[in-house]
Design a binder for this molecule. Structure first.
Ligand SMILES: C[S@@+](CC[C@H](N)C(=O)[O-])C[C@H]1O[C@@H](n2cnc3c(N)ncnc32)[C@H](O)[C@@H]1O
Length: 209
């Protein structure tokens, strides 16, 4: 299972920025910017990929970016070197974060909760956030439209095989179930994405005290 994930990311990593360019220009970049405008304090990003979010962190005191996949990690290191040399890069999966309890004010997850063990990962995010700390999320999710949700269910095995993630997850409910209060959420769409991957949520959740 782990070997299959790494093989997939070894193939996808060199293509990732090129494949996302159109979507970033058509609105994903603006969504990342608006999401991260309020990130503050000691910040942690999980599944940072090639580091697309790095340019949008302006108000944080410190930044740690985690990423488990070696092929993505190499690109992340390069981009950190160029764009955010003060940031720290740590190789780790979201399910097993090597940080102390309550050690961050902010955790950021963009396009990550679709491809991880959500319960374990959100449990870890909750653990490393201080009470009252905030999770900033931008994730593609299950549609509210029953017809589109059925299409997502049908396409999910293919999506999982090709890109290693689920396109039909109830991620907002999972965030709440992990001990967060949703403080802001916008239902939106991922520009230039296939129809079954388009429904998305963007927002902030506060860790319970
Ligand atoms: C779709 S990419 C998103 C990358 C980046 N967050 C972004 O917004 O462009 C998903 C990322 O999650 C990473 N990933 C895969 N398994 C993971 C895990 N168990 N924990 C954390 N990240 C994981 C992948 O290597 C990849 O970098």
């Amino acid at each position: 299972m782990l070997a299959a994930m790494s093989l997939r990311w070894t193939i996808l990593a060199p293509l990732y920025d090129r494949m996302s360019r159109k979507s970033e220009a058509a609105g994903m970049g603006a969504m990342r910017e608006s999401l991260l405008a309020e990130a503050s304090g000691r910040a942690l990003e999980i599944g940072g990929g090639t580091g697309v979010n790095l340019r949008y962190y302006e108000g944080v005191d410190s930044l740690v970016v985690t990423e488990p996949e070696p092929a993505m990690l190499r690109r992340l290191h390069d981009r950190v070197h160029r764009q955010a040399p003060q940031a720290e890069v740590v190789q780790a999966p979201a399910e097993d974060l090597p940080f102390e309890d309550a050690s961050f004010d902010t955790v950021v997850s963009t396009l990550v909760l679709c491809g991880v063990d959500q319960e374990r990962s959100l449990g870890e995010v909750r653990r490393v956030l201080r009470p009252g700390g905030r999770l900033f999320f931008l994730e593609h999710v299950r549609s509210d439209d029953p017809g589109l949700a059925r299409l997502q269910d049908r396409m999910n095995p293919l999506n999982r095989f090709l890109v290693g993630c689920e396109c039909n997850r109830e991620t907002l409910a999972a965030i709440e179930a992990a001990g967060f209060t949703i403080s802001r959420v916008e239902r939106t769409t991922m520009p230039e994405a296939p129809k079954f991957v388009r429904p998305a949520i963007l927002g902030t959740a506060v860790a319970a005290g």
